[in-house]
Design a binder for this molecule. Structure first.
Ligand code: HEM
Length: 282
């Protein structure tokens, strides 16, 4: 049993038609295993997080009680994108596991919502937010090295506190971005295979082989998003992460949480004194 399903085209060529649907179960189990192993590790083995001490002047006296983290536009984007993502996952995979309904229409409509929300996000993040805050930098890599050394029991300096996003979040964002772009780009072409309100159906746009590869990429990125979504929701509901999740609803987090986990020099809050540069609550 392979990871793809194959068929013979009218020209007698063997072409892939889509992924083997058993991969859905593989992705589900991978996500569940991850959260079980992680939860056991945190509960029984992980040590308390330790960071290098912040310099004395960063006592937080000049900080407001609530630290802005996500603007209203960023929160609306997040929840619209999340709703579209759930509709896409359920409409794509429920029919494959036996629940029959007219899924294609709901699926492409949710696909258009996801596409529009991502276009908005790219423009918003590029021109209005701190674009570089979500990409790994040199300090992240140095600190990851330090954390690994300490995990192995070697003595190295403590890692610094995080900037706005820890390295794990940045890596997660990069993987979700790649899978998301893969389903969007292939999905937009796949709209030519079904009846939509946008353009006439044209299944002859590509050769059978090209269509097959496109369906395979769409499916692989799609099942990957099952695992990624499980992992994301798991972290969102972990007790120690709840203040972060709440900030995606209310927009802000407490000063205490900010100072405990974040380095005010690496995540500078908008509008504070001493002429600091402006990063923000994006
Ligand atoms: C979480 C994101 C997504 C997942 C998990 C997903 C998954 C799937 C799956 C498993 C199929 C069935 C493919 C097959 O039969 O081989 C499918 C079909 C389809 N997808 Fe997606 N998809 C996603 C996003 C999108 C997006 C963003 C669009 C449009 C922009 C889109 C448009 C389509 C279309 C038009 C089809 C129907 C193709 C057909 O029946 O011939 N999808 N999708």
């Amino acid at each position: 049993m392979g990871i793809l399903e194959w068929a013979t085209s009218p020209l007698g060529q063997r072409v892939p038609i889509h992924i083997a649907w058993s991969l859905i179960w593989f992705a589900l189990i991978a996500g569940l295993l991850f959260l079980i192993v992680h939860a056991i590790y945190v509960r029984y083995f992980a040590k308390e997080k330790e960071f290098a001490a912040a310099p004395a002047r960063e006592t937080g006296v000049e900080l407001p009680a609530r630290i802005p983290r996500h603007s209203l536009a960023a929160r609306l984007f997040h929840w619209i994108m999340a709703a579209a993502m759930f509709v896409l996952l359920f409409t794509a995979f429920l029919p494959k596991s036996g629940m029959q309904f007219n899924w294609v229409t709901y699926h492409w409509i949710a696909g258009m919502v996801l596409t529009a929300s991502i276009l908005f996000h790219i423009i918003h993040a590029t021109f209005y937010l701190d674009f570089w805050s979500i990409w790994p930098d040199r300090s992240d890599l140095e600190d990851a090295g330090r954390r690994f050394q300490r995990f192995m029991g070697r003595s190295t300096p403590l890692p610094r506190k995080f900037a706005k996003y820890p390295l794990e979040n940045k890596l997660y964002h990069a993987v979700v971005m790649l899978s998301g772009l893969a389903v969007i780009i292939t999905g937009l072409f796949m709209m030519f295979r079904v009846r939509t309100i946008f353009f006439p159906r044209n299944p002859y746009l590509f050769s059978d082989m090209t269509w097959g590869m496109m369906y395979v990429l769409h499916g692989l990125a799609g099942v990957g998003l099952i695992t990624l979504t499980i992992v994301h929701v798991y972290f969102a509901v972990r007790p120690e992460k709840l203040p972060i999740t709440a900030s995606m609803i209310g927009g802000s987090m407490s000063r205490e949480f900010y100072l405990k986990e974040h380095d005010p020099k690496r995540w500078v809050i908008k509008g504070l004194s001493q002429g600091r540069s402006m990063a923000d609550g994006d």
